[in-house]
Write a protein that binds this ligand. Structure first.
Ligand code: VAH
Length: 309
């Protein structure tokens, strides 16, 4: 049985649906501190669970016989900068709770999301390697880098089977973005259809690694289904599909919506974006567990607009 903590979030919502379509609704318990929309809750077991409450998490695991946990609850980069103490508390202590439940033998396998935010201003920005300098300059990035260190430690010292991916910016038509710096790449499609124009909070040449949500969900499930011996990296795997700038995604949209216009008004998120890589080398994921992406910018744009129109 699977428990998703943070099931109502940007990734969690789609992950829950996909896992239920693979394993059956009753095999996947959706957990979130928010109640979640009734339709979602009606489609399978749902528990209100606070990722920071060890006893609540343990109770849900025992009540449903859960043996795999996907811990998707976190504050993302932009929100975390506004709430550093809570972001550190939520992002770190929720991970310790789940790692300790696995160490105590109460769950068998954990998925925990890392991010390209673990890289900082001193990291090489082109084709960022799997192993390189990592001096994250955001609260979110610091928590993700620390989380990777602890995940690897719990695997090496206590044999915990925890698996992780450094997600790039994720774009989905069906779930709103969750307070990240890459959220512009979701907002732009909605505004292009609604208003025919978009004011971007990053500058036009800000290149960032990105991925369509379909690819991210598939990667998450594939790394969890891989044989344990194939997962040679227990901090987190670099993962990549594409990288683009606001100008490039705007041009891709203009091919479908010719009159679309974009202008730029960079805000505090520009500094966060400037500290991150522009492109990622994900050869370790491709070699160790057969990762390969499907969606490029053009395919994503077609699929986004098709679903949102
Ligand atoms: C954020 N979407 O912007 C997340 C992600 C790499 C970006 O970590 O914070």
């Amino acid at each position: 049985k699977i428990l998703i903590i943070g099931a109502c979030g940007q990734i969690g919502t789609e992950l829950t649906k996909k896992l239920r379509s693979i394993y059956g609704s009753d095999a996947v318990v959706a957990g979130d501190v928010r109640k979640g929309d009734p339709a979602f809750v009606a489609s399978g077991p749902f528990e209100v669970v606070n990722a920071l409450d060890y006893n609540q998490v343990e109770h849900v695991i025992e009540k449903h016989g859960v043996d795999e946990v996907y811990l998707m609850a976190a504050l993302l980069s932009a929100t975390a900068e506004k709430n550093p103490a809570f972001a550190w508390d939520l992002n770190m202590n929720s991970l310790f709770h789940v790692l300790n439940l696995a160490k105590a033998g109460k769950i068998k396998k954990i998925f925990w999301p890392s991010s390209i935010a673990v890289f900082g201003p001193t990291t090489p920005k082109q084709n960022t390697p799997q192993f390189t300098v990592m001096e994250p300059s955001t609260v979110y990035g610091i928590s993700k880098q620390s989380g990777e260190r602890w995940a690897e430690y719990y695997h090496n010292i206590y044999g915990v089977d925890v698996r992780s991916i450094r997600y790039p910016g994720l774009i989905s038509w069906s779930t709103p973005p969750g307070g990240g710096t890459t959220d512009y790449a979701v907002d732009i499609y909605h505004k292009a259809l609604a208003d025919g124009k978009y004011t971007c909070f990053l500058s036009e040449e800000t290149r960032l690694p990105m991925m369509y949500m379909d690819d991210a969900i598939r990667a998450t499930i594939e790394i969890m289904q891989a044989p344990a011996e194939d997962i040679k990296i227990r901090s987190a795997y670099n993962l990549s599909a594409m990288d683009f700038t606001p100008a490039e995604i705007a041009n891709a949209i203009k091919k479908e919506i010719p009159n679309f216009t974009i202008d730029y008004a960079p805000d505090f998120r520009q500094k966060i974006a400037d500290s991150w890589p522009q492109s990622i080398d994900d050869n370790s994921a491709r070699t160790d567990w057969g990762w390969k992406h499907d969606f490029d910018l053009e395919a994503m744009t077609k699929d986004m607009l098709e679903h949102l129109r």
